[in-house]
Design a protein around this ligand. Structure first.
Ligand code: BGC
Ligand code: CA
Length: 349
């Protein structure tokens, strides 16, 4: 009985499509069909990460604008992997099972991208990694695997530049004890993240390259989060009273944690703090003078580029024509220095 029903409905569908495919009827029928949405599945390594949540909000906002731009409905499904690779793997399997058009991954563990790329390739679904960079040889496994991110070295060097420019302009504002050296502490992101080590090294290198001496008093891995950074600072401020002149933080959230601990400590002299990201609160801290400066890690451009890439690759268009920053499966989003004066200049314009 069941089989008969299936056969009958197949026959009906067959006849209907023959009719539709008949000359004029075909185009009318196609015009009447609602335009299919481009289904984009996005998995975030953890949604409670401040920067990632900013990217995620921008994706929602940008999907409306990009849909207009390309006259293509976009259906975004954003899921949280809660810092678990196992959860993320299941999410990707589910996107594949539901035949999503494009998959975007903010991968939890950047060393295991290979198996995800493999699955996407089997299903012929383009896969776009962002912010957490796969090993280059893994990405090269398939031409429809991409990475959108920003260069850690550029961010680190710009952060160092904020420090050396401020030191050169007025040494005493940073070198409080006037021994000619900057006594600093370093707040680092996750050890497995490509940005942590490179930002850490290149920020210091940029300062040293200017002939400025530095002395590291302490370092700590705060995993990008505000609370652990606050605890580190509380401990270090107790251990080195009045000696810390500068806090270099791999991101704004940890810089904000440091600022909270500094405020609570009620010091006669407060260390200078520099961050990276330009999150909403990070920019506010720079604008009101609590933070020396930050680096804008342009999450809006991330979102724009991701959706553009998703559309272009799903249509099989030439990517370079839509994304000038694209080369060989990579899109690099550039950073910008953000100081209080930057904002003052901006508002005067
Ligand atoms: C950002 C951090 C964020 C991390 C997440 C980094 O590029 O600067 O704020 O926590 O990416 O992967
Ligand atoms: Ca000093």
């Amino acid at each position: 009985m069941k089989n008969w029903k299936i056969i009958l409905s197949l026959l009906f569908l067959g006849t209907a499509s023959v009719l539709f495919l008949n000359g004029k009827e075909k185009s009318i029928a196609q015009e009447r069909l609602p335009k299919q949405s481009l289904k984009i599945g996005v998995s975030l390594y953890r949604a409670d990460d401040e920067f990632i949540s900013a990217v995620s909000h921008s994706l929602e906002e940008e999907s409306v604008k990009q849909a207009d731009r390309f006259s293509q409905k976009m259906q975004l499904k954003i899921v949280d992997a809660k810092n678990s690779q196992t959860i993320q793997n299941t999410q990707i399997d589910e996107f594949i099972r539901q035949s999503y058009d494009v998959i975007a991954v903010n991968i939890v563990d950047r060393t295991v991208a290979s198996s995800l790329i493999d699955k996407a390739k089997q299903a012929d679904i383009p896969i776009i990694f962002f912010n957490r960079e796969p090993i280059p040889t893994d990405l090269k496994q398939w031409r429809k695997a991409y990475y959108i991110g920003s260069k850690a070295q550029e961010a680190g060097e710009m952060q160092g530049q904020i420090v050396w420019q401020s030191f050169q302009a007025q040494p005493a504002t940073i070198d409080h004890n006037q021994d000619g050296k900057i006594q600093y502490v370093m707040l680092e992101g996750e050890e497995v993240h490509q940005d942590s080590l490179i930002r850490t090294e290149s920020s210091i290198q940029a300062i040293v390259d200017e002939g400025i001496e530095v002395e590291r008093l302490a370092r700590g891995v705060g995993n990008w989060m505000r609370q652990p950074a606050k605890e580190f600072l509380r401990e270090w401020l107790g251990k080195y009273p009045q000696q810390i002149e500068l806090v270099i933080s791999n991101n704004d959230e940890m810089a904000l944690g440091a600022l909270e601990a500094i405020r609570d400590a009620k010091l006669a002299y407060e260390p200078k703090v520099v961050g990276i990201d330009g999150t909403k609160e990070g920019l506010e801290a720079v604008n009101d003078g609590r933070m020396l400066g930050t680096i804008i890690n342009d999450y809006q451009t991330y979102a724009q580029d991701l959706l553009t890439l998703a559309y272009v690759t799903s249509q099989g268009h030439r990517i370079e024509a839509y994304l000038p920053d694209y080369t060989n499966q990579y899109v690099w989003v550039s950073h910008q220095i953000y100081l209080r004066e930057t904002n003052e200049r901006d508002t005067k314009e």
